[in-house]
Design a protein around this ligand. Sequence first.
Ligand code: AKB
Length: 316
Amino acid sequence: MTKILVTGALGQIGTELAGELAARYGKSAVLISDVRKPASGDGGFEFASLDVTNAEAISQVLKEHGITDIFHMAAILSASGEKNPALAYRVNSDGTFNILEEARKAGINRVVIPSTIGVFGAETPRNHTPDITVLRPTTMYGITKVNAELLALYYRDKYGLDVRGLRFPGIISYLTPPSAGTTDYAVDIFYHAVQGKDYLCYLKKDTALPMMYMPDALHSLIQLFEASREKLRHCLEYNVSAYSFTPEEIYHAIRETYPEFRIAYEPDFRQKIAETWPASLDSHFAREDWGFKPMYDLKKTVDDMILNLRKILVHH
Ligand code: AKB
């Protein structure tokens, strides 16, 4: 029987992923875990308190719950990572090592680990960035994610562990706000517009970054999870993104619905991070190997974000 552990299940992606996995495999097939306790109930999910820096605790959870597969979503993102690099190293690098090592010992079937555009750096080609390229990031987040990618390859090649992953761009979503990444402005800007507030953007108006909408992010994780192993030429090095835009472009897209909406720019330390990341990605390996195909273009994303945020923020 399939029993899937989701680490970091209270985070931006984890929260929605748990629901998506439950819809597909049944609620009892999903064990959600996080270092924090769920503030507003566990949503009917079985919950385990789990700090991924504690290998013993991981081992216990895997055994106690008969875990067969893992989605390892726990991570400290780029902006928080610069504020607390030691914590980012512990959670992202030690945590990923612990997950892989305990998964190997427990004979776990599949381990899915998301990587990110954070692995790239100033020396990486900025446009149409390929999967296999220069990886010299300058953030602790990026360094730990390169480490995760290499560890995953090591565990796959040395031990035959089935590890899969993809490199996410910025993810736009309305249910759980992201926690301190560099791409978070692309979510915050909607919250401000829908609440009738002006927005002060911490990136420059012309900084293009690759992005995608949450339903496509979830769908791609599950597609990759279900893909046949023989077809996967890469391990975690699958770039995925649906579109790229600058703050000014998303601002104008939102102004079509909110013509009164105003934006101002005051770049901070996150601008430097964004400048080392690609403006656009080449996703052809993901398309060819496991059928990656985003459904939401920018217009559909903007319309759906506004529709849903209005329900949450205005009507309640
Ligand atoms: C961040 O901005 O840190 C994340 C990411 C792109 O990995 N959203």
